[in-house]
Write a protein that binds this ligand. Structure first.
Ligand code: FPP
Length: 230
């Protein structure tokens, strides 16, 4: 497909699965796979921006991931401690902003501060947003919004309900990619995914490079999105 024929989704969301298996194949600890995954994530952000995507939401840590062995979770926090600030500054320099969705209140204080600083320091005029889903779970997000709607007294419609979600001022994802071979959404953006196109690949996330991202966009381009109409 020629570059000019591509339809570019405004919002791409990615379930970055397969870091652990990628490391295991190399007889390395899972944390080694997460480091490779982080590098792939940064490269993917550059590629998405270069292609004209506006929002890239990445499932960096689900609420359920917190049940993993402490060593692995600490490994992920250490990645944030060591690389987050530098990566974020590089992204700023390229005109990108960082946002977070999820309940970050459970993260260690120092990690939470790094992330808050990363969000607060983002350029105000950014046209590209990397949205990190951290301790994110869609059901918890929906319940939180439902409680907010209930306490407001009057019933709310779909549009108002959407404004109570973490993604309030973002467009819904047009394309959701899952790497690593599983065919499910795993509690990711359940409300927002209503009309998203889904793309699944067996490629393990650390191997999901620019060419792989292009293939997902090409697949999206070939789809006929009808939003329930004919
Ligand atoms: C799923 O692979 C991936 C994760 C649970 C974490 C994703 C994290 C990154 C890409 C690194 C950047 C994020 C942070 C927080 C710095 P898996 O471990 O479930 O792989 P497996 O299915 O092969 O076991």
């Amino acid at each position: 497909m020629k570059a000019g024929d591509l339809k570019i989704p405004r919002h791409v969301a990615v379930i970055m699965d397969g870091n652990g298996r990628w490391a295991k194949k190399r007889l390395m600890p899972r944390t080694f796979g997460h480091k490779a995954g982080m590098d792939a994530m940064i490269a993917m952000a550059r590629k998405a921006k270069a292609m004209g995507v506006e929002y890239l939401t990445v499932y960096a840590l689900s609420t359920e991931n917190f049940a993993r062995p402490k060593e692995e979770i600490e490994g992920l926090f250490d990645l944030i401690r060591r690389y987050f600030t530098k990566n974020v500054k590089d992204l700023y320099a390229e005109g990108a902003a960082v946002r977070v969705i999820g309940d970050v209140s459970v993260l260690p204080d120092d990690v939470r501060k790094l992330i808050a600083d990363g969000v607060a320091g983002s350029p105000a005029d950014a046209r590209f947003f990397v949205v990190l889903a951290l301790n994110y779970g869609a059901r918890a997000e929906i319940v939180r919004a439902a409680n907010a709607a209930a306490s407001s007294g009057d019933g709310v419609g779909e549009e108002e309900f959407g404004k109570l979600l973490y993604t309030a001022d973002m467009p819904d994802p047009d394309l959701i990619i899952r790497t690593g071979g599983e065919l499910r959404l795993s509690n990711f953006l359940l409300w927002q995914a209503a009309y998203a196109e889904l793309y699944f690949t067996d490629v393990l996330f650390p191997d999901f490079d620019g060419r792989q991202f292009e293939k997902a966009i090409e697949s999206f381009s070939r789809r006929n999105r009808r939003f329930g109409r004919v």
